[in-house]
Design a protein around this ligand. Sequence first.
Ligand SMILES: Nc1ncnc2c1ncn2[C@@H]1O[C@H](COP(=O)(O)OP(=O)(O)OP(=O)(O)O)[C@@H](O)[C@H]1O
Ligand SMILES: [Mg+2]
Length: 357
Amino acid sequence: MLFKKSKTLLGLNIGSGSIKMVEFKDTGSVYTLNNFGMAVLPPDVIVDGTIMDSGAIVNAINSLAANLKIKKKRICTSVAGHSVIIKKATLPKVDESTIELTIQQEATQHIPYDINDVNLDFQILGPCPDNPEQMEIILVAVKRETINDYLGIVEEAGFVPVVVDVDTFALSNTYEYNYETENSSEVTALVDIGANLTNINILDKGVTGFSRNITFGSRLITEHLQKKFSLSYDHAEALKHGCPANSRVSQVAALAAISESAFSLANEIDKAIEFFHNSAVTEGRVEKIVLSGGGAKTPGIAQLIKQNAGIDTEIINPFRNIIIPEKNFDQEYIREIAPLAAVATGLALRSDEAVRR
Ligand SMILES: Nc1ncnc2c1ncn2[C@@H]1O[C@H](COP(=O)(O)OP(=O)(O)OP(=O)(O)O)[C@@H](O)[C@H]1O
Ligand SMILES: [Mg+2]
């Protein structure tokens, strides 16, 4: 029992398209999936990263937890979007006693919000490679109002929010756990294509070197199909998922329309990677793009991004190093849905270090 792993938290990813829950078993020396489920949210519940209808989210969490027979109460959830700023910065070397103050001052230059309205966190990466008098840090600022909104929802649903993480870091957690990057010098772009948001996180030797939000996601494709073929939202969604909406729209026409708007996404991803390549702080080149989120399921998107950027592109498997008991899960379903579970998996991997009785 001495070496027993610490208990994990229930991972809850409140996305604007759907909520996802991932839970691991707290026994054994490797992680085993105990529960996974998702519930689609109507399009007007979270708009531009702002919660418009918290009651609908609370209800969705409660019915999902009931369906899955979730017992855990202690949750790790996350926030994303414009409320989250992640920036790499350089600072003059300071000693530990003044670092907090220096970082506060530095943050005011990098964070577009009042510093009193954000929760500020940082990680020291080490001395600057080209100037040992300076050090590199990663600044993370999250709007307090957003954190409070998410805390409120989790509590109202009857759960205990233990950790409020950031999607970007949950995702890199999932990637590191499954792809063992700790000693790797590879530069990898993790690209999460959600319903309304695309997040690019470039990992340079396992650490965030650059992070950027693109303010649209896979719903852009749905809206394009709606306009192009005069379809309802539900029909356009179905068409995007590969189900014929009606006899008027051929498969070929649908695929062509999908790649038209997927192309604008691919272009934005390319621009962000180019920006990283052109920035003075690094010499590393992105060697691999790893896609996650429901948008990664868009027909042909991995190929499109690969061609556009000229970089190998694959879709993440967040359960690569996780045991999925055959008797409890439909393996085919898990495979289909896996990219959507990437953030929730990273959240569920967080251990519950708080003292329990
Ligand atoms: N099989 C599929 N084929 C095509 N698109 C899909 C498929 N499954 C899901 N999607 C799309 O993925 C999107 C949802 O992805 P995801 O669950 O990652 O988003 P989210 O986390 O809820 O949103 P966000 O992160 O932007 O707030 C939706 O736009 C949905 O239409
Ligand atoms: Mg998401």
